[in-house]
Design a binder for this molecule. Structure first.
Ligand SMILES: [Fe+2]
Length: 259
């Protein structure tokens, strides 16, 4: 099975380039995952954005620390299994932290999101949350599905640790949130791993925001509202080839629309 995982789509430039890319490649994949937590100008996702992702070919949209920034997410998370938020929010949070859906190949795929705790809100332990989840999913019954984990975390050490923790237990652990694609992809014990898939948006920016506002804050220490960068975007993604419940290949992608 071929799976495409598109990294954090940031603002209108990210959405535009993601849609252009998906129009070209969607038929090459059996299942498409998009991290969409920054699509609403950097802060969350609205119903309109979510619909555009599905119309473009996404099967599942994942979120992260900006899950609750746009109010539409509360209702959407309760309505659809195609939008998920981090698994390790405390019990009672709206929505799901994982979802199992049919791919175009007919096989089923489970997508999970967990969030790290270093320089991010102090949620429940993502490692224990993954252990607990994996205990509830079918094993050895013939009903196993490949499991793809979006680990939304700031610290490389925490992401690397999660990759090792889940190696041999899931098909893929793909890092999101830090917005710069790393080059450390590996297949370990049948698990595809990459520390960060990168941001789909304006690469020459302060991870999606305009430099001038960010530099004002860094150089003065004074608050100022960030504004999204506005220029042609780049898709950052990974293509995964799965063999049964294992990750067999991982390939990094960076793509810009032809001029
Ligand atoms: Fe994030």
């Amino acid at each position: 099975m071929r799976v495409l995982f598109i990294g954090d789509v940031f603002g209108n430039p990210g959405l535009a380039v993601a849609k252009s890319y998906l129009a070209e490649v969607r038929d090459d994949y059996d299942f498409i995952i998009v991290n969409g937590e920054n699509v609403a100008g950097g802060f969350g996702i609205t119903r309109k954005h979510f619909t555009q992702f599905l119309d473009a070919g996404a099967d599942v949209v994942t979120l992260g620390n900006h899950t609750w920034d746009a109010h539409d997410a509360y209702g959407l998370l309760e309505e659809t299994p195609r939008l998920i938020r981090p698994l390790n929010y405390p019990p009672g949070a709206p929505g799901l932290g994982y979802t199992t859906l049919a791919a175009r190949s007919g096989e089923r795929v489970t997508v999970v999101q967990a969030m790290g705790r270093i320089f991010l809100p102090a949620l429940d332990c993502p490692f224990r949350a993954m252990d607990d989840l994996l205990e509830t999913l079918p094993t050895g019954t013939g009903a196993e599905t490949p499991i793809i984990v979006d680990f939304h975390a700031e610290a490389t050490s925490e992401k690397k640790a999660m990759g090792e923790f889940l190696a041999g237990r899931v098909a893929a652990v793909i890092g999101t949130h830090t917005h710069v694609q790393t080059a450390d992809e590996i297949i370990k014990r049948g698990t595809a791993y990459l520390t960060d898939v990168g941001m789909t948006g304006v690469q020459d920016s302060a991870i999606g925001m305009r430099f001038d506002e960010v530099l004002y804050r860094f150089t003065t220490g004074l608050p100022r509202r960030y504004k999204p960068a506005d220029a042609p975007g780049t898709v950052c993604a990974v293509a995964l080839t799965l063999s049964g419940t294992k990750g067999a290949q991982i390939e990094r992608i960076q793509w810009q629309a032809p001029a």
